[in-house]
Design a protein around this ligand. Structure first.
Ligand code: AMP
Ligand code: MG
Length: 402
């Protein structure tokens, strides 16, 4: 039985190099960038106004107040998107708006609220407050200088980064291809929602949660038909799934029962089993295998074990497949409000709920068939074998809800 880290490193070393494709930036959200990206221009691209107001020479509006206003001659107006052709000379000002290029000669902008105009004298503006040099001016390049790195290889493109790239005029990005992931559920007891349940049958639930995790990790999930527990049926289903996908995730049928056919069906197809047991709870039976350049991840059928093992072992694999640099799940520091007890001899990944203040508590009964505590869990806390983490103790929650 492998330790978790050993299992993970065996998986990760088998992942191939990412495959490139160039996509429109609009389709790149959440994808892994593969090339360094340098800023083609500076941001802001030119000095501009941070306010609606008047561009002035700061020297013209010193020692100015409500009681002691100063009047300047209004010589023009420049809306955002326009450029003022003239120059702000001593004693003059130009009407500007947020984002207007700073007119030549001006070195400050006074916000509209600190000025007064008189409809009867449209050629002048009264200033009611002093301005310091460069007040309310946004400088060219103060945000990003042309040539600096704005995305690094291995980084997933966030909404914020996509905005930055868009502002730089970048319209396409080289990203990793996304793995096509087949989701197979094995078990003769399983039925699709909407089908009638005969005695002894249950609704299949793993493909949905696993599919959500696949998508979160940047993969493209595809649900395949239910597989009943026969060697021939499992083998045919695997063959079809491998023909259409880069990665196949099966659930169930990886234990030691006489109806557990995933391992045998996979080797019958020519697949090479790498390992099939990991020392964690929930989820001891977990199969990793390779078929050419494609991979099998066989997670246990118990819904909790299926999601936990996927989260710990398949999620990082899918990310590595895409060349992602950061494979670890997001973590959240918190404090236990109740003890977490692991009496067993394997690491127990306990489902927990976190409140906004950082209090962490078990999300319910921890048996691996309990879906209610799965639904209420924000993530997991890794509790070592034969260990009790006491109430009040700080813990790190592996977040799976973000
Ligand atoms: P197995 O890993 O095939 O031995 O299944 C372990 C337990 O999980 C059994 O109670 C199964 O009925 C249940 N199970 C297996 N696959 C699924 C599934 N896809 N959806 C819901 N329950 C499942
Ligand atoms: Mg089964």
């Amino acid at each position: 039985m492998l330790e978790l880290e050993e299992a993970l490193s065996r998986i990760l070393t088998r992942m191939p190099a990412p495959r490139r494709e160039v996509v429109p930036l609009a389709n790149a959200l959440g994808r892994v960038a593969l090339d360094p990206i340098a800023a083609p221009i500076s941001l802001p691209p030119f000095d501009n106004s941070a306010m609606d107001g008047y561009a002035v020479r700061a020297a013209d509006v010193t020692n100015v107040s409500q009681e002691n206003p100063r009047s300047l001659r209004l010589i023009g107006r420049t809306a955002a998107g326009e450029v003022f052709g003239g120059e702000v000379a001593a004693g003059t000002c130009v009407r500007v708006f947020t984002g207007s290029p700073l007119p030549r000669g001006a070195d400050a902008v006074v916000m509209q609220e600190d000025t007064r105009t008189d409809a009867g004298a449209p050629g002048a503006v009264a200033f009611l407050d002093s301005a310091k040099p460069w007040e309310n001016v946004r400088f060219a390049g103060e945000d990003v200088k042309a040539g600096t790195a704005v995305a690094n290889p291995g980084e997933r493109i966030s909404a914020g980064r996509a905005s930055l790239l868009a502002a730089l005029g970048i319209s396409t990005v080289a990203v990793a291809r996304q793995p096509q992931v087949a989701l197979l559920a094995t078990g003769s007891e399983l039925r699709e929602a909407g089908q009638p349940l005969a005695p002894g049958q249950i609704f299949e639930s793993n493909r949905l949660g696993l599919g959500a995790f696949v998508a979160q990790a940047g993969g493209r999930p595809q649900r395949f038909p239910l597989v009943s527990d026969t060697l021939a049926g499992t083998r045919a289903a695997l063959a079809e799934a491998f023909a259409q996908s880069d990665v196949v995730v099966t659930s169930g049928g990886v234990s030691v029962g006489e109806f557990d056919f995933v391992k045998d069906a996979f080797t019958a197809l020519g697949g090479e089993l790498n390992f099939w047991k990991v020392a964690i709870r929930p989820g001891k039976p977990f199969v990793f295998g390779q078929l050419g350049e494609k991979f099998l991840f066989g997670v246990p059928g118990n819904p909790v074990s299926a999601l936990v093992t996927f989260f710990l072992l398949v999620r990082p694999a899918l990310l590595r497949w895409q060349g992602a640099r950061d494979l670890a799940p997001p973590t959240h520091p918190g404090t236990l409000t109740e003890p977490l007890v692991n009496r067993g001899d394997r690491r127990h990944f306990i489902r927990v709920a976190v409140d906004p203040t950082g209090s962490v508590r078990p999300s319910g009964v921890q048996a691996s068939h309990f879906l209610s505590s799965l639904a209420d869990a924000h993530g997991l806390v890794d509790v070592p074998p034969a260990t009790t983490l006491a109430a009040g103790q700080p813990v790190r929650v592996l977040r799976w809800d973000i």
